[in-house]
Design a protein around this ligand. Structure first.
Ligand code: CDP
Length: 224
């Protein structure tokens, strides 16, 4: 394969630090950042809006993406527009958070989004972040990273992110529960489950700052 671009994949469970670390690296290297979770979240958001109408068959979903969805890849992240409206908080709502792993397990949706994401491959240097980037979507990646961290630490991180925006009783418990359920669904699903890709560099981020994780990854890149 005639490869001119450089691809780094970063996979891992919820709140393992992928997004923060991926963003620092893509900005330092001036690579584009593919946040694949945003695509799965967007499909989930649309599913909730339309109550499954546009997902009844794959052609509808394809057409919908071509006609109404615009994806913008930048070193700072992946923006998704629906009819020129940037979807942001919508993708992080409680409803999307609860539904996304179920929608992500649907074969037709995974196949469609996998193809869609690969269409970026020939054009750009990429940091691709998600659950199956190194394993399924970009198996030929130049560097594969797998981030992990203890469950309670990941729940605390997510809790800190949302406590300013949402105040509900038992929020920490709810967040921990959501992380557990998503981890289970993501790891146990039949297609593209969350696993450590072969040859991946595994980093436990439980007691590391994002900068320390970034430094470890940059060291690996320098060794290439
Ligand atoms: O930020 P966090 O890791 O919690 O979530 P995310 O990366 O935005 O992904 C949200 C959900 O989308 C995950 O829990 C997976 O169910 C799904 N997903 C997936 O199945 N495959 C990917 N490549 C990325 C996300």
């Amino acid at each position: 394969m005639n490869k001119k671009n450089f691809i780094i994949t970063i996979d891992g469970p919820a709140s393992s630090g992928k997004t923060t670390v991926a963003r620092i690296i893509s900005q330092k290297l001036n690579f584009l950042l593919l946040e694949s979770g945003n695509l799965y979240r967007a499909v989930t958001y649309l599913w909730l809006e339309f109550q499954n109408k546009f997902l009844e068959n794959l052609d509808n979903l394809k057409k919908f993406f071509e006609q109404e969805i615009k994806i913008e890849l930048l070193p700072s992240g992946t923006n998704i527009y629906w009819k020129d409206k940037l979807l942001k908080d919508e993708l992080r709502s409680k409803e999307v958070e609860e539904k996304v792993s179920e929608i992500s397990a649907i074969k037709e949706i995974r196949n469609f989004l996998t193809e869609f994401m690969r269409s970026f491959i020939n054009r750009n240097n990429l940091v691709a972040e998600g659950r199956d980037m190194g394993n399924v979507v970009f198996p030929e990646a130049d560097l594969k990273i797998f981030l992990t961290a203890r469950e309670e630490i990941r729940a605390k991180r997510r809790y800190k992110q949302i406590i300013g925006k949402e105040k509900r009783k038992n929020l920490y418990k709810e967040v921990l529960e959501n992380i557990k359920v998503r981890d289970r669904l993501d790891s146990e699903r039949e297609i593209a489950p969350l696993i450590i890709p072969e040859g991946a560099y595994v980093i436990d981020t439980s007691y590391l700052t994002p900068e320390e994780v970034v430094e470890k990854i940059l060291q690996k890149i320098r060794q290439r």
